[in-house]
Design a protein around this ligand. Structure first.
Ligand code: ATP
Length: 420
């Protein structure tokens, strides 16, 4: 049922208002009228209107009680008294103790990985813990290994950010100077070899950066992961835990995964089971696809702050496009001394053709098409909006004006229809 109107909610201490905006082109405005409240760990400013659009699933939590007003059409809106926020706050307090100890002993702060199946609130818990850390004047590193529903850059990548201020309510964490690596698919199982390679690379680069940034190093790292936790998905998680040398693994809502990790992780890794919030909303495959699409749209056009991308034509002959991964052959058919898996991280040239229409291309910082390209941070993304085979040109949507940098482009499986 859809409710229109102005709604006012009085929240008691330790409770939250949950609401969803579902209808197309709908806008809901939230305002705190009295008391204090926060949204996934970011404090809300009293009497300041915050806008939420179609697809938003939100919880406004209060530790001390508050009054909140909602204007617009919400699909669902209710107050919940049962939340796991006290448990999450205790986790934050324990991490904070480790940061204090790291500061005193000049060692590394806690490296924490959040794991669990799909739709249990991993991204939300990551955001809450990062916000609480930065509100205590820490500078934690946020790592997102979720190639399907990650919050850094576009889908099909993994990345990291230094968090210097709480997430903006409407736009999330500031995306200034992120480290981003190309994967090119929306699930790690499309190329496990490549996924593990870039996870190891990201971990290495972060460890190097921490050596030069003491504040970030003592603040620690919080890692969000994919919701794929069984079979090969479990191996991917344990590989990431090893690569980042994690100290803490927070397991949301899955006892089997918790027990497996307790069994398999070295003793110094603290594996902690946490309940999921009753407010976390399950998303259908089509909703997930819509979220991916809107992340790409926001990359080019901005969210609240609008961006103005450029569109221009490029000659086929001026483009160096590669895809990662040659077709897999049995070991016996490989050149001497090469493993079949190695083919999965090889760069293969792709000829410009109409099949590239609507595909994303990652702009690498690497000038050469060697394995360094996979180990290089990305400069950004462009999208092929049209292909003209007769004129041998492509129309490119790009955040930067022409020309494209003279580096290689990595083809992503992800597509975006630019009908902005
Ligand atoms: P995925 O496996 O897809 O990465 P996830 O486990 O990271 O999912 P989240 O993205 O954190 O899950 O949460 C799923 C959705 O539920 C999000 O839209 C989020 O805004 C919403 N959500 C999380 N916690 C709450 C809450 N307490 N009340 C209302 N909505 C919530």
């Amino acid at each position: 049922m859809t409710e229109v109107q102005l709604q006012e909610f009085k929240l008691e201490p330790d409770s939250e208002l949950r609401f969803e905006v579902e209808s197309k082109n709908e806008k809901v405005v939230l305002e705190v009228k009295s008391g204090y409240a926060e949204l996934f760990g970011t404090e809300l400013v009293k009497n300041k209107p915050y806008e939420f659009h179609t697809g938003a699933k939100v919880a406004v939590f209060t530790w001390h009680g508050c009054t909140v007003e909602l204007r617009g059409r919400t699909e669902v809106s209710y107050v919940a008294k049962e939340t796991p926020m006290v448990v999450y706050l205790n986790v934050h307090a324990a991490l904070e103790q480790q940061r204090v100890a790291a500061e005193q002993d000049s060692t590394r702060g806690p490296v924490t990985m959040v794991v669990g199946p799909g739709d249990v609130g991993k991204s939300t818990l990551t955001r809450i813990l990062l916000n609480y850390a930065v509100r205590m004047a820490r500078r934690p590193i946020y790592v997102d290994l979720d190639v399907g529903q990650g919050q850094i850059s576009v889908p099909g990548t993994i990345g990291a950010l230094l968090v210097e201020r709480p997430a903006s309510i409407e736009e999330g964490f500031s995306q200034q100077a992120p480290l981003v690596y190309h994967f090119g698919h929306k699930s790690p199982d499309e190329n496990l070899e490549l996924y593990n390679t870039i996870v190891s690379r990201l971990a290495e680069v972060i460890a190097e950066r921490c050596e030069h940034n003491k504040k970030a190093s003592t603040s620690g790292v919080i890692i969000n992961t994919c919701g794929w936790v069984k079979g090969a998905g479990y191996k991917v998680l344990t590989h990431a835990a090893q690569a980042f040398e994690v100290d803490v693994i927070l397991v949301l809502d899955n006892e089997r995964l918790y027990n497996e990790l307790k069994r398999d992780m070295p003793k110094f890794v603290k594996v902690v089971y946490l309940p999921k919030s009753g407010g976390v909303v399950e998303r259908s495959t089509s909703q997930r696809a819509e979220i991916r699409d809107s992340r790409i749209r926001e990359y080019f056009y901005g969210k609240r702050t609008p961006y103005y991308p450029h569109s221009f034509d490029v000659k086929f002959s001026d483009l160096k496009i590669y895809k990662v991964g040659a077709p897999s052959l049995p070991d016996s058919c490989m050149p001497l001394g090469m493993r079949a898996e190695e083919a999965l991280t090889k760069l293969v040239p792709v000829w410009a053709s109409p099949a590239l229409a609507h595909r994303l291309l990652a702009v690498s910082f690497s000038p050469a098409a060697d394995e360094l390209a996979l180990h290089s941070n990305l400069a950004g993304f462009v999208c092929v909006t049209a292909v003209d085979s007769e004129r041998q040109t492509m129309t490119i949507l790009s955040p930067q004006p022409r020309p494209l940098p003279n580096t290689i482009l990595l083809l992503s499986e992800l597509q975006y229809m630019d009908n902005h």
